[in-house]
Write a protein that binds this ligand. Structure first.
Ligand code: PLP
Length: 416
């Protein structure tokens, strides 16, 4: 979007009204109003989510699925209602395809250890992108050491983009699985997921999408994407930590063995054998993060109540504005200049270390992230140890971006 068109949206989206829903946004840090630009690490929570968690623990708390008593039934129905909210949010066909996990990391490990470990064999190739988060690298390396699969990496170009031609060049008739981030947390690049699915299908490969950074920024429809698996974390979607989701197509989930064994994932157990529960419970061993799932449902309902289109345009406008400002800062180098980008400004400033910038910004109330962002290989690709990263959400403002650049200039002067 052009910055002119984007700016028009800044004034249409009522950001002040939305900010009032997030109590922590009005706090002060080091005697300055908080400017929270660390949304790619985790998002702040609206009052409705906080209140939902309070309500659950104060009024409904009980273990789920096994109790006949009233509280257990209330907790169970709230938990299963949350699954239905997630199903609608992702556009999945049925609730059986929605598995609650601890987060994106656990969801990807589940696919690696349950699907890939049983369906792939030595010499089969798994394709990932060069800018992946460690959560979408290490599980495949562990799998390789267990069964001999080969991990192949599709390089990004200088802008930090995966191009269809680079992907096509890496695909072979041994490619069995393509596992790509929807949006890069380190660079902000939006990967061409529909194209990835189309190309993967041409060699019969399955597709896992790491949606950790995508769900807060754009609507996702797993049926129209036609991916096989989609993973995300609640805490990056204005919900609680410790809860996440794996979407999987029913036919694949049916074939897959349980990831963990224990209570709640069985129909019958005897010492001669165990019959597993139906989907999705087969993959939800043990007491889950009940409050977390219910809180995630509340976060999605909060988003549903927003002008989502306006919020997304507002975020685009913030990114365009911040990028424009950054280009005017001498010695500042933006890392990640993809044409399609979401809400992340990763950068370096000549003669300064990102960590020093992070500390001096924090002294002025600004929260950014510095370092390798759990994406060390892409840092190596750009020949840098890490970056400073400002990441935005719909509750951020243009005034905060102005303050951020003033604070950055002060920090730079102090480091000179
Ligand atoms: N994938 C991406 C792209 C991420 O940005 C993150 C977290 O930063 C993860 C995976 C891991 O998410 P979690 O730590 O919530 O499991």
């Amino acid at each position: 979007m052009s910055s002119g068109a984007a700016e028009a949206y800044i004034s249409h989206f009522d950001v002040q009204r939305v900010r009032a829903d997030f109590p922590l946004l009005s706090t002060r840090i080091n005697q300055h109003p908080l400017v929270y630009f660390d949304n790619a690490a985790t998002t702040q929570k609206p009052l409705s989510v906080i209140e939902c968690l309070r309500h659950y623990y104060a009024e409904d708390n009980a273990n789920i699925h096994r109790g006949v008593h009233t509280l257990s039934q209330r907790a169970t129905s709230a938990f299963e209602r949350a699954r239905e909210i997630v199903r609608q949010f992702l556009g999945a066909k049925e609730g059986a395809e929605i598995i609650f996990t601890r987060g994106t990391t656990e969801a990807i490990n589940l696919v690696a250890q349950s699907y890939a470990r049983t369906q792939l064999k030595a010499g089969d190739e798994i394709l990932i992108g060069e800018a992946e988060h460690h959560a979408n690298i290490v599980p495949w390396q562990i799998l390789g050491s267990q069964i001999g699969t080969i991990l192949k990496v599709v390089p990004v170009n200088d802008a930090g983009e995966i191009t269809p031609s680079a992907l096509a060049a890496a695909l072979t008739n041994r490619t069995r699985l393509c596992a790509f981030g929807h949006v890069s947390n380190a660079l902000g690049s939006i990967n061409p997921v529909a194209e990835i699915v189309r190309l993967a299908r041409s060699v019969g490969a399955k597709v896992l999408v790491d949606g950790a950074q995508a769900v807060a920024h754009a609507p996702v429809d797993v049926q129209s994407l036609d991916c096989d698996f989609y993973a995300f974390s609640g805490h990056k979607l204005f919900g609680p930590t410790g809860i996440g989701v794996l979407y999987g197509k029913r036919e694949l989930l049916e074939e897959m063995p349980p990831y963990q064994g224990g209570g709640d994932m069985i129909k019958t157990v005897s010492f001669s054998g165990t019959e597993y529960a139906d989907l999705p419970h087969k993959f939800e061993a043990g007491t889950p993060h009940i409050a977390g799932a219910i809180g995630l449902g509340a976060a999605i309902q909060y988003l549903d109540g927003l002008d989502r289109r306006g919020a997304l345009r507002h975020e685009d406008a913030l990114l365009a504005y911040a990028t424009e400002q950054a280009r005017g800062v001498s010695g500042l180098r933006i890392i990640g200049t993809a044409r399609d980008k979401a809400a992340v400004l990763s950068f370096l400033i000549d003669g300064t270390h990102p960590q020093d910038l992070g500390v001096l910004l924090d002294n002025q109330g600004v929260a950014i992230r510095t370092g390798h962002h759990c994406a060390m290989p892409v840092m190596q690709r750009f020949g840098i140890p890490g970056t400073a990263r400002a990441s935005f959400a719909f509750y951020n403002t243009r005034e905060e971006i102005d303050y951020f650049f003033t604070a950055l200039e002060k920090a730079r002067q102090m480091l000179a």
